[in-house]
Design a protein around this ligand. Sequence first.
Ligand code: BDR
Ligand code: CA
Length: 324
Amino acid sequence: MSPRQPLLMDCDTGVDDALALLYLLRTPGVDLRAVTTVAGNTDAAQAARNALQVLELDGRTDIPVAQGADTTLRGDIPEYATHVHGDNGLGNVRLPEPTAPIAAPDAADLIIATAREAAGELAIVATAPLTNLALALEREPELPAMVRTLTVMGGAVHHPGNITPVAEANIGNDPEAAHRVLAAGWRDLTIVPLDVTMRERLTEELRQELLADGSPVARFAGEILDLYFAFHAKVAFPARGSACHDPLAAAIAAGEVTPLLAPELHVTVETGDGPARGALIADTRGIHLGYPPHPDANARVVLETDGTFPARLVERLCRRDGAR
Ligand code: BDR
Ligand code: CA
């Protein structure tokens, strides 16, 4: 049996981050070593508390959860997405108070320590603004060489943004951090943008399967999707349902979703104060205009997946999957 993939998730524990966490816990090939949180959907403390509660719901009190940055690199407080994820980040669904405390090191230190301990084998999946990773890079410039893969849910390539016409929330909420992190020279960097996460759709039928399952994890997943679906109904989702952002990135990081199209591209982030602030700029001229490959390609950018992941996610969270 091949050893399980050690993995750290850096998140802003909203509805889809929570589903991604539960998915990773239920994925036999993954060894979730640590969770770090940052301001985004909620503040970093609430995100840490949410992560602890979600882990505990699945019986895990052994995974350290560290709290990270509450402001962006330039000191702004992000506009929390309570209209998408509810006042508590978990669709206003209440879980018992966590019994485990927030870990002592801050998020950036826990990222560095976890990478060291995994001796070059750690996979990181970042489903939130990249502030913690930028701070970790400041403290440990060798981090990119110490990490096996980094998978980032963020950006919009051919798709419009979701917080401005061109900026997606995770990149747009801290463009300076994203700019530094993407340019840091990772061994294997994958970007999972809105282009694919908006097309992998969780449906009301799948939500009903979760609710009908009867296990606490599946029921919780179904319940938190209620408010999330209500938000998506306002933004171009004709049938009741939602995008599947963070779980898709988690599945790609875990090697459980193989993209249909994922070219190696040069990516950077606009950090100016104009209307394009926070845009991910991916040089797609190679795929559209036949330009030669970019000599400085720094990421694999996922542009197509087959749309079947949400059903597999739901199966994994339901008791009948047999994982628990
Ligand atoms: C991303 O922004 C957050 O609101 C979600 O959790 C996801 O990580 C989508 O743009
Ligand atoms: Ca997120």
